[in-house]
Design a protein around this ligand. Structure first.
Ligand code: CA
Length: 255
């Protein structure tokens, strides 16, 4: 979806907030953008994704808000009235390590380079796809936060779950001692599910952990890969006993 500047009615917004399956502890995002339509679109989108969003329309306000509200991440437009995005970034970098993602206009190559030099962590070029932006924001937040609980324990070299065994280093999986031919993403997905045995994981978390930066995928990709995996590891893929579907949430590896 290329960012269409459609702003849904506030009731819709409310519903989205309520049914959002966003992060359990809400992360705060500061949106700095002088173009009102884009600012409100970003506010809407990230609220719907489960974040708490504050917004500023100029550089001075951005600096003040950033210092007062201590956001977990800042989306920072470069072309701003007053202090521009680069100056804002330079000022904030003096005493804040908050991840900063720059929004640059098409072909502002110089701005991108300078942006990274003044301490921005990443940038997207307008017009950007919301999906790409959300993926980058998630990746930056993940990086800032370090290992997630799901991957907190030391990465084991091999995992055994019942009659399934995976060698993480060699990228091999055996079922009943027989090696399975899995595609790389199937392997990654299986290992992720196995290492979260007994725990329901959302499609969003799977997408973020297994696909990460590859942004041309959505949660249906997860479903498709789960289906493929079931065909490999389930006795009856139509009645799975290893990978359960948890309605409204995602999947759980049993055993
Ligand atoms: Ca602007």
């Amino acid at each position: 979806m290329i960012c269409g500047y459609n702003i849904p009615a506030s009731t819709e917004m409310h519903e989205l907030q309520n049914r959002s399956l966003g992060p359990t502890t809400q992360k705060k995002i500061l949106v700095v953008e002088d173009e009102e339509n884009l600012r409100e679109t970003l506010r809407y989108k990230f609220t719907a994704e489960g974040y708490r969003v504050t917004a500023a329309a100029d550089g001075e306000k951005a600096v003040a808000l950033a210092k007062a509200s201590r956001p977990d991440l800042i989306l920072l437009d470069i072309m701003l009235p007053g202090l521009d995005g680069l100056e804002v970034c330079r000022i904030l970098r003096k005493d804040m390590s908050v991840p900063i993602l720059m929004l640059t206009a098409r072909d502002e190559v110089v701005d991108k380079v300078v942006g990274l030099e003044v301490g921005a962590d990443d940038y997207v070029t307008k017009p950007f796809s919301m999906r790409e932006l959300v993926a980058r924001v998630r990746a930056l937040l993940r990086r800032a936060e370090g290992p997630t609980p799901a991957s907190n324990s030391e990465e084991p070299q091999s995992l055994t779950r019942g009659d399934l065994k995976a060698d993480v280093v060699a990228h091999k999986v055996w079922l009943h001692g027989r090696e399975l031919e899995l595609k790389p993403k199937e392997f990654d997905l299986l290992v992720f599910l196995m290492s979260n045995r007994g725990r329901a994981v959302t499609r969003e978390l799977i997408l973020a952990q297994v696909w990460g930066y590859e942004v041309e995928v959505d949660t249906r990709t997860v479903d498709v890969h789960v289906r493929w995996l079931r065909e490999r590891i389930e006795a009856d893929p139509a009645r799975p006993t290893r990978i359960s579907t948890i309605r409204g949430v995602g999947y759980r590896f049993e055993g």
